[in-house]
Ligand binder design. Structure first.
Ligand code: ADP
Ligand code: MG
Length: 697
C-alpha cells in the first residue's frame, strides 16, 4: 500500500501540484494572491486554468465544476466538460482563465429568500483562489463563492470571506499600534472543527421512514441500556467502524484534508473526527467535503452516517466544536499568551476584543447554531445551554479580575500586574480545557464554540464571530490611535472593557439550572431557547449596523437569510409531522391492532379450554387504551397541520410550528413509544433503538 506521505493531497491542486504545473512567475503571483489576498489578473488566471486542466486530465478528469455552498447548507455543483470542438468532428480539452474565475449558474432553484424577486434569476460563481481546487468523482472542483448578478451573496462562503477580510483589516490596525514596523501583511482566522456523527447499519436504516426522510428517529422507545455506563466514550473501536474510519481517512487525505483524530463519542454508535486546523474558509470547505465523504464511505461499508443533531431521543446528540483563533501570515497566533510583557498586553487586548464581541453579539452566536435539529440538543444536558457565556479558566479569570480592579493578581507575591511590563504566568492548558459544559471556552490559545449542530455549515458561526470581533477591534483601534500615551490608554481600555463585559464570563457548570437563572435574572444574558426565538433578534438595528459597517451583509442579504432560516425551520418540522402521521396510520396503528388481535385470539383459545386469560385481557385492554390515545393524538396533529398553510407569514408560521405542532408531535410520540415498549418485537414495524444503536459489529 502507498505511503500516506505519498498520496496525501494527490487529489488537490496544492503547493506541490502548483509548483510542478505552473511556471515560476505564475506560481509566485498566485502565491501572493493566496497568502496576501492580492488581486489576480486574467493572464495569470489563464495560465493557472491551463495548468489545472492538465493536472486534472492526468488524473483522469473529463469535467470541471464550480463547487459552491448555497444557503441550503449543502454543497452544489454543475458539471461542464473540458471538450471544445475544433472542426472536422474532433475536440480538444480546454479550460480558460475566464471559466476558472467566473461561472454562470441559474440561481432560481436555490433559496434566495426574496433576493430573486428584485434581482435576476441568474447567479454567478467566483473562484476562491485561497482554497485549493480538488478532484471528486473524476471532476475538477473549483471552490467558489456564489452571488446574484446584483452582487448579493447567495451562499455561506461570500460573507465568510468578507468577514475574514474585515477582521484582518482591524486586527492589523491593532498590531501596528504595538509595532509600527510590523512585517505582518495579512491576518486571518483559523478554524479546526471537530465533527460528531452516528453510524447505523444500512439495512436497519432502510426500514425506518423517519430516518430516511428526516435524518432522525421520530419514534423509538428507550433501549434498556443507553450511554449511562459511559462505556463507549474513547472505547475500543469496532472492526466495522474501524474499517470505515480507515477508508475515510484515506479519502480525506487524498483531498489534502488534515483528518487527525478519530474516536468513539459519548453515545453508543457515536463517533468524532477532528482535522488539524486551517484557514477559516478552507476549514469550512473541508468540513462540507468531510460530511459528504463520510456519507459516501459509510455506504460502502453497509452503514449510514447520520449527521443529524439529534438522531435519537434519550442519548447524546451530535454537534461540532468550532475551534477558532486569529493568525498572522507570519504564523503568529494572536490568541496565544506571549512570552514578553508587550506580547501579553497585545494578547489581553485581543482577548478583551473577543469577550466584548461575544457579550454584545450573543444573539448572533446563538443564531449561527439555530436550526430545528439543533433545538433538540441545546440545553438538553448534553450540549451547552442556549445561554451564551465564556469560560476562561481560573488563572486567566484571576488575571482579568486583577486588571479590572487594579489589585494584586498574585496574592502570594503581592505583585500588581502592569501591562506592558509584566509577563503573565504560564496558563496551563489542562486547567482551561476541563470545562466541557461551556458554549464558548478559551482552551489555551483558541476559543472553542460548542453550539454548532453536526449538520450545520460552520460558515455562519465564523462569519458572525469574525465580524463581531472585527467590530471590537475597530473600536479599540479608533480609541488607541488617538492617544498619545499608548500604555495608559491601553490599560484604561482593557479595564473598561472587562468592567463592561465581565457578565459574559462564567467558569462554572453551564448545564446547571441555577446558572440559567443567574444568567438571565442577575446578569441579563439572553436565553434564546428555540430557532424562532433566536431569529427574532437577527434583524435588530445593532446587527444590521454591524454587518453593513464591515461590508459582510447588506440589510437585504440579512433579510433573505432570515427568511430562509425560518423557512427551513418550518419546512423541517412540517416534513417531520407528515412523516409521523404517515408512520402512525400506515405502520404503527396496524401493527398494534394485529398484535392485539393475536393476543385476543390467544386469550380466547385459553378461555375455550377453560384456562384463565388474565394476561391477554389486561394486555389487550392496555394496548387498546394506548391505541385510542394514539388515534386521538394523531387526529389532533393532523387537524393542527391544516393550520400551517393558512399562516403565510414566515415568522408567524415558525412560531406556530414551535407552539402548536411540536408539542403535538411530542405527545403523539410518547404514546407510540409506550406501545412499542409493550408490543412484541416481531410485530413492531421498524427496528428498535437497541438494534440501531448496538447493531454494529
Ligand atoms: P480537544 O479539544 O479534543 O482537546 P485539541 O484542543 O487538540 O483537542 O484540538 C481540537 C481542535 O482544535 C483540532 O481540530 C485542532 O486542530 C484545533 N486547534 C488547535 N489549535 C488551534 C488553533 N490555534 N486555532 C484553531 N484551531 C485549533
Ligand atoms: Mg475540543
Amino acid at each position: 500500500m502507498a505511503l500516506v506521505t505519498e498520496y496525501f493531497g494527490s487529489l488537490a491542486f496544492d503547493e506541490t501540484a502548483m509548483q510542478k504545473y505552473l511556471p515560476k512567475e505564475t506560481y509566485d503571483s498566485l502565491k501572493k494572491t493566496i497568502d496576501e489576498g492580492r488581486h489576480l489578473d486574467i493572464e495569470i488566471a489563464n495560465v493557472v486554468a491551463g495548468a489545472m486542466k492538465d493536472w486534472a486530465i492526468s488524473k483522469g478528469c473529463t469535467h470541471f465544476t464550480h463547487w459552491f455552498q448555497p444557503l441550503t447548507g449543502v454543497t452544489a455543483e454543475k458539471h461542464d466538460s473540458f471538450i471544445s470542438p475544433v472542426g472536422d468532428g474532433r475536440v480538444i480539452m480546454e479550460f480558460s482563465g475566464k471559466e476558472l474565475v467566473r461561472g454562470e449558474s441559474d440561481a432560481s432553484s436555490f433559496p434566495s429568500g426574496g433576493l430573486r424577486a428584485t434581482f435576476e434569476a441568474r447567479g454567478y460563481t467566483a473562484w476562491d483562489p485561497t482554497s485549493y481546487a480538488f478532484i471528486k468523482d473524476k471532476t475538477l472542483c473549483i471552490p467558489t463563492a456564489f452571488c446574484s448578478y446584483g452582487g448579493e451573496a447567495l451562499d455561506k462562503k461570500t460573507p465568510l470571506l468578507r468577514s475574514m477580510e474585515a477582521i484582518g483589516v482591524q486586527a492589523l490596525r491593532i498590531l501596528k499600534l504595538f509595532d509600527p514596523d510590523t512585517d505582518v501583511a495579512c491576518i486571518r482566522t483559523s478554524v479546526g472543527p471537530e465533527q460528531e456523527y452516528f453510524l447505523v447499519p444500512k439495512e436497519m436504516y432502510d426500514k425506518r421512514r423517519d430516518l430516511i426522510f428526516t435524518g432522525r428517529t421520530l419514534f423509538g422507545a428507550k433501549p434498556p441500556k443507553g450511554q449511562e455506563l459511559d462505556d463507549h466514550y474513547y472505547g475500543t473501536i469496532k472492526p466495522q467502524v474501524d474499517a470505515f474510519m480507515k477508508e475515510l481517512d484515506e479519502e480525506l487525505w487524498k483531498l489534502g484534508i488534515l483528518a487527525k483524530t478519530e474516536h468513539n463519542e459519548a453515545a453508543p454508535s457515536q463517533h468524532e473526527l477532528a482535522p488539524i486546523y486551517t484557514q477559516a474558509n478552507i476549514a469550512t470547505d473541508h468540513n462540507q467535503l468531510t460530511m459528504e465523504i463520510m456519507q459516501k464511505v459509510a455506504k460502502r461499508h453497509g452503514l449510514v452516517c447520520l449527521l443529524h443533531e439529534k438522531p435519537f431521543a434519550s442519548v447524546s446528540g451530535s454537534g461540532k466544536h468550532n475551534n477558532w483563533s486569529i493568525t498572522t501570515n507570519t504564523g503568529v497566533n494572536l490568541l496565544k499568551p506571549g512570552k514578553t510583557p508587550y506580547d501579553n498586553a497585545q494578547f489581553l487586548l485581543f482577548l478583551c476584543a473577543v469577550i466584548k464581541a461575544v457579550d454584545e453579539y450573543q444573539d448572533l452566536l446563538r443564531i449561527s447554531a439555530a436550526t430545528a435539529g439543533n433545538d433538540h440538543r441545546l440545553g438538553a444536558d448534553e450540549a451547552p445551554p442556549a445561554v451564551i457565556s465564556i469560560f476562561l479558566g481560573d488563572e486567566l479569570s484571576a488575571i482579568i479580575d486583577a486588571l479590572e480592579t487594579n489589585t494584586h493578581y498574585d496574592p502570594m507575591e503581592k505583585t500588581q500586574l502592569q501591562l506592558g511590563v509584566d509577563t503573565l504566568p504560564p496558563l496551563p492548558k489542562d486547567n482551561t480545557d476541563r470545562n466541557r459544559t461551556s458554549p464558548f471556552a478559551f482552551t489555551g490559545n483558541k476559543f472553542e464554540f460548542r453550539m454548532v449542530g453536526a449538520s450545520n455549515s460552520i460558515g455562519d458561526c465564523n462569519t458572525f464571530l469574525n465580524t463581531a470581533v472585527a467590530e471590537s477591534l475597530r473600536q479599540f483601534a479608533d480609541i488607541l490611535e488617538r492617544q498619545n500615551d499608548f500604555k495608559s490608554a491601553l490599560n484604561d481600555l482593557i479595564r473598561e472593557t472587562i468592567k463592561n463585559h465581565k457578565r459574559i464570563i462564567f467558569n462554572g457548570n453551564s448545564y446547571d439550572d441555577a446558572w440559567i437563572k443567574e444568567a438571565t435574572e442577575e446578569r441579563g444574558l439572553l436565553n434564546l431557547k428555540t430557532t424562532p426565538d433566536a431569529l427574532g433578534c437577527f434583524l435588530d438595528e445593532k446587527n444590521v449596523e454591524l454587518f453593513a459597517r464591515h461590508h459582510v451583509y447588506t440589510k437585504t442579504e440579512m433579510k433573505s437569510r432570515y427568511e430562509i432560516t425560518l423557512g427551513n425551520y418550518s419546512k423541517t418540522i412540517r416534513i417531520e409531522a407528515k412523516v409521523m402521521i404517515d408512520m402512525v396510520y400506515k405502520e404503527i396503528l396496524p401493527a398494534i391492532t394485529s398484535y392485539v388481535k393475536e393476543v385476543c385470539e390467544a386469550g380466547n383459545a385459553k378461555k375455550a379450554l377453560g384456562i384463565p386469560s388474565v394476561y391477554e385481557e389486561k394486555m389487550a385492554a392496555r394496548l387498546n387504551k394506548i391505541t385510542c390515545d394514539i388515534y386521538d393524538r394523531v387526529a389532533d396533529l393532523e387537524a393542527a397541520m391544516e393550520g400551517v398553510s393558512e399562516r403565510k407569514d414566515k415568522t408567524i408560521r415558525a412560531f406556530y410550528m414551535k407552539d402548536e405542532i411540536i408539542p403535538r408531535m411530542n405527545s403523539l410520540r410518547s404514546c407510540c413509544d409506550e406501545a412499542e415498549y409493550l408490543t412484541a418485537e416481531k410485530d413492531w414495524p421498524y427496528p428498535t433503538y437497541a438494534s440501531l444503536l448496538f447493531g454494529l459489529q
